[in-house]
Design a binder for this molecule. Structure first.
Ligand code: SF4
Length: 708
């Protein structure tokens, strides 16, 4: 492919260990005197069969999968001595800030082993989606089908996940998206990532497909890894799955897994995490379908180790100061979560309505976070180490849309199940959110698909015969609830919608693609590029498609300023000029470090800029980063993911927006008449990125960034 560096040409080696060793320099660092480590390659610390009565012993499962019932002395597993059974005698008792190893699992073979991560690699790629992207790039094979069992699922904690750095909780669920076919990283908060770190792992790489449903149980307390039979869980919703697994494993464990949507390979299915009343999600890009394609129902983790810091007091003091600063600047987020922004987004013309066709909405206040949490809030919830607590537990105790106690609605969910579908019934929005968590669906893509189907119904491209009799009208909460189930189980037109709006439009035909709002196959998130035009540049170029999180540059319009990024005032956000292109570029670089560091981007909303990020990193790791180092790292990782996408077939022609957002202005409200001029801004962005006319980074920039 033109423009690709020759040193990074892909190819699957017959020996993956060699690839990893060459590309990522496995083995322990010798430069970290404070870090007590002994292993020099694949770790001897592993166990085989589960011994607990009543459980499916891993050896039985492994050999049954391989058709070998003669025990551990025969068959494929015999050839992999690292999987021999029995307790490890060399179990490490001390961790560094990060663990320095990941677990590689082959579900087809029913085998697994540890691989090390060297410190120099962490310094170059960080962890999280950074290290995952590097690993994916080195090993990738652009298979024709993202759901092919050989397609890897890479789950990596950010470097600071499991520490008490502010919001140090995030893991990235990465791989080739079943929805878009290109790079995807779905980010997860909550507590799962922290426990993975406590269990002694930075991540997992999972390939293959189990012969029958399984779940992975990583018990860091006992030092065991098991693949257990999950046949009894297949078909169960996520709430029941999670609660059952906590009973079967350890009530203090953390569960991430899928509901029926992932099992049914719904391409807008997410991975859910946490117990039924506190569900977080790695939602976007269909990673739930990736687990479903592997017959992997869930991954359960528990650990007891804690990170060790080079200077614990310095880190503790730094965190204390940062947490005070973040709390002072996050009062709205603490009180109402992201849902507190509904009223402002409507006022700025940012809230999408009626499948992106309206400009203002008098009823928005009825579904605002302020209105919802005033009435339905049970308690605030926090991810691991979070000083903000944007999570909100809610319950609707009676009525038609009665909803059990569970995680509340975020802005994007309200924008989707209220704004996009023109529904002002707050209780139905809470139920819709709960059902998406129960079935394991991404609320953005699901609500977008339903709004798209409502417009198709209005245009008579589909009718009651296609919807199973549902009158699919805008503003009808019952139609929304019915369609969530149809998408989950692929019933009626729900089968097409389960593929995402790009493919649904192709199947429905009749010009439906003109109102299918996606970029590169991902439904556009709910911040309107006609209100904040820098977001047009971001959506057009974001590595996973229509993703707002890759830039969040609209924050500048709302008065969130990072002076250490060069922004101390609000720029004219309706003007399609070079400044807006640069705003997208700068924020993409800045945001690119959050997932690899394991930090939540909402601390940036609490005014944590690159300088404060550098301070947190330095105090935790003993590094010597500056704000410039933060941004250079961000650009390196952004460009790396671009290289992945180029291999997967992305071209400059894909760097665009759907016609609705480029040519159909909002009719009323603050953004009335505004259209982003992508032709004016994109060439500026390409120059900043140093991309050629094909959208490929030039070699000189790759050399600067250490990518060749
Ligand atoms: S701000 Fe919200 S999403 Fe981010 S870590 Fe805190 S509770 Fe989790």
């Amino acid at each position: 492919m033109a423009g690709l560096p020759t040193l990074l040409c892909y190819g699957r080696s017959p020996d993956r260990a060699i690839i990893v060793g060459r590309g990522l320099e496995t083995g322990p660092s010798t430069e970290r005197a404070w870090r007590a480590r002994s292993e020099t390659g694949p770790s001897p610390r592993r166990k085989g069969p589960a011994q607990a009565p009543g459980l499916w012993p891993v050896s039985r499962l492994c050999y049954a999968m391989a058709g070998l019932l003669t025990g551990p002395s025969s068959g494929a597993v015999r050839d992999r001595p690292e999987h021999e059974t029995g307790p490890s005698t060399e179990r490490r008792v001390e961790l560094s800030v990060y663990a320095g190893k990941f677990l590689r699992v082959d579900l087809t073979e029913g085998t697994w082993h540890d691989e090390s991560i060297g410190e120099e690699q962490v310094k170059k790629w960080l962890l999280g989606s950074g290290f995952a992207a590097r690993l994916f790039y080195d090993e990738m094979d652009p298979l024709p089908d993202p759901l092919d069992p050989a397609n890897p699922l890479l789950i990596f904690n950010g470097v600071l996940a499991g520490t008490f750095a502010p919001t140090g909780c995030r893991s990235s669920w990465c791989g080739r998206s079943p929805l878009t076919g290109i790079w995807n990283e779905a980010n997860l908060g909550g507590h799962w990532g922290a426990d993975l770190r406590f269990a002694g792992y930075d991540g997992l790489v999972i390939t293959g497909r189990a012969e029958k449903p399984v779940y992975l149980w990583i018990n860091g307390v006992d030092g065991t890894v098991e693949l257990r039979d999950a046949s009894h869980l297949w078909g169960k919703d996520y709430f029941e799955t999670s609660d059952t697994l906590l009973t079967e494993t350890d009530p203090r464990a953390q569960v991430s897994g899928i509901g029926p949507a992932g099992e049914n390979l719904v391409k807008i299915a997410g991975v859910m995490s946490g117990p039924s009343h506190y569900v977080r999600a790695a939602a976007r890009g269909g990673m739930g379908a990736l687990l479903g394609s592997k017959n992997l129902k869930a991954i359960v983790v528990r650990g007891k180790e804690r990170p060790q810091y080079p200077d614990p007091k310095a880190f503790r003091d730094e965190v204390k100061a940062q947490n005070t600063f973040i709390k002072e600047n996050s009062v709205g987020m603490s009180n109402f979560g992201t849902a507190g922004g509904v009223i402002a987004t409507e006022k700025f013309g940012d809230l999408p309505m009626r499948n992106w066709t309206l400009g203002s909405w008098d009823e928005a206040e009825k579904v605002s976070g302020q209105a919802i949490y005033d009435k339905y809030l049970v308690r605030h919830t926090y991810c691991h180490a979070c000083p903000i607590g944007c999570g909100k537990e809610v319950e609707v105790v009676e009525g038609k849309y009665k909803t059990p106690r569970g995680e509340g609605v975020e802005y994007e969910t309200i924008a989707g199940f209220a704004g996009m579908t023109r529904n002002d019934n707050a209780e139905s929005v809470i139920l819709a959110n709960s059902l998406c968590n129960r079935y394991g669906l991404d609320t953005i893509s699901t609500s977008s698909a339903i709004a798209f189907a409502m417009e198709a119904y209005e245009r008579e491209l589909i009718g009651p015969d296609d919807t199973g009799g549902v009158e699919l009208r805008f503003g009808d909460p019952d139609a929304i609830i019915a369609m969530i189930e149809k998408i989950t189980y692929r019933r009626d037109v729900g089968d097409a919608l389960a593929e995402g709006v790009r493919e649904a439009a192709r199947r429905i035909g009749g010009g439906a693609e003109t109102f299918a709002v996606h970029v590169k196959g991902m439904e556009v998130a709910y911040h309107d590029p006609r209100a904040f035009v820098s977001m047009a540049v971001n959506y057009a170029t974001a590595n996973r498609g229509g993703c707002h999180l890759e830039a969040l540059s609209y924050w500048n319009g709302y008065g969130v300023h990072h002076s250490d990024l060069g922004y101390s005032e609000t720029l004219p956000y309706h003007e399609s000029n070079a400044e807006q292109a640069k705003l997208a570029y700068d924020y993409q670089n800045f945001m690119s470090v959050y997932n690899p560091l394991g930090l939540c981007k909402f601390i940036a909303k609490g005014l944590v800029g690159p300088e404060r990020i550098a301070q947190i990193v330095n105090s935790a790791l003993g590094w010597n980063w500056t704000a410039d180092d933060v941004l250079t790292m961000g650009e390196r990782l952004f460009q790396l993911k671009r290289l992945i996408n180029l291999r997967l077939g992305v071209t400059a022609a894909d760097d665009t927006l759907p016609k609705r957002l480029l040519a159909e202005p909002r009719p009323t409200g603050d953004a009335a008449g505004v259209l982003p001029d992508l032709e004016a801004m994109l060439p500026v962005y390409y120059r900043l990125r140093d991309w050629d006319e094909n959208g490929a980074p030039r070699r000189s920039r790759l050399e600067q960034l250490g990518l060749v």
